[in-house]
Design a protein around this ligand. Sequence first.
Ligand code: ADP
Ligand code: MG
Length: 448
Amino acid sequence: FWQHFNNEMREQFNEVAYNAWFKNTRPLSFDKNSHELVIAVQNPVTKGYWEKNLASQLIQSAYGYAGMEILPTFQIEGEAGPERFFNSTPHQEEKPTPAPSPRDEFTKDLRLNDKYTFDNFVQGEGNKLAAGAALAVADSPGSFYNPLFIFGGVGLGKTHLMQAIGHQMLAERPHAKVVYIQSETFVNDFINSIKNKTQDQFREKYRTCDLLLVDDIQFFAKKEGIQEEFFHTFETLYNDQKQIVMTSDRLPTEIPDLSERLVSRFTWGLQVEITPPDLETRIAILQKKAEGEGLSIDDNTLDYIASQVDTNIRELEGALVKVQAHATIERQDINVTLAREALVDLKLVQKTRGLQISKIQEVVANYFQTSTAELKGKKRVRQIVVPRQIAMYLARELTDSSLPKIGQEFGGKDHTTVMHACDKIQQQIKTDAEIKTAVFDLKQMLDR
Ligand code: ADP
Ligand code: MG
């Protein structure tokens, strides 16, 4: 029946996630009297995931398929004595966080956000592929997916997942050398190391680590020397089977001015996208945050808040904070009415944003003597393509809308199309006087 369950799950999960949860998980013993089925898992994350998400399915499957009643308990490989899953209260108490062990010299400067752990990461449709890959990497660094490249829009959890890998690795190997940086930090460190003649230390830091996490690599400087340096860093780590993880708002091939050989290296491993969360996931995330804050909020209200913010999880968190603040000021309990009051201005902002994009389309269409329908359409002739790209560029520049949101407003185009348009116009402003003038004029008109 174990095999049967595995096969069932193989269909439910993608390969990455399946490997993360099932590859090193196996039944150890079954007690006919107590029905206890002891299952060995690789690490605490896998254990947590099984307890939360898979145990009940396993029970059902065992009963349905083999008529067996089982009580699964989980034992981390190499640790003695299983904790009894069913003895734990339904609302599990938070484990006391162990006092941080003294950091090694190497990681003493490491700044990871304590909250960005796997435990705090809610999995859903848009991110489960990335989360599965991140877990697999944390589990067996340097072996499966190297480099791991996580990409997607703003506020969707890229940094969170990346840092979770760092936390997990340090939890398992406290002396591991972990480096987390924004891509600009690499650039600054490198320039400083040349200035101060400390290149040896620079290389020591970056070329001997066990895990290199580079956040927002799309901002990587265009300068030759820096890309060259990063290339050698990459090669050294890669050849030593050290894990490299990068995040970006776009695919490596879409990062302008990234050298060919870096693009090619970045695509050696696995590239996974995080897409905006669906309503269900947004509710789950809010629920988790609310619990973390010790707030009790009923389902209707959670549902309401989650429906107000649809693309960016940071904004979703912001909405919850607003509601909470409003409740405190008004000395009222949190309910739908209160949430609605608290979020009126949020709605207003969203409305003007929506208006702004349509306004931009209108003004651009007028300026180029075409129609908004053409801008939203698919025609690929130059007279339409250029205005369309300019309108997308302006939408990006002048509103807070995310790339997917802009894509939506332009007849449901992919966010990569929008990104491409923005990059293209940005380039052309520098080289093409006509485009430069048009953008300038349009901005003036929109300013009025
Ligand atoms: P990005 O790096 O993609 O811009 P972040 O990782 O900074 O996004 O995430 C923005 C905020 O949303 C963070 O506070 C993060 O903890 C939270 N967040 C994102 N995804 C999730 C998730 N799946 N579960 C819980 N919190 C999340
Ligand atoms: Mg980030």
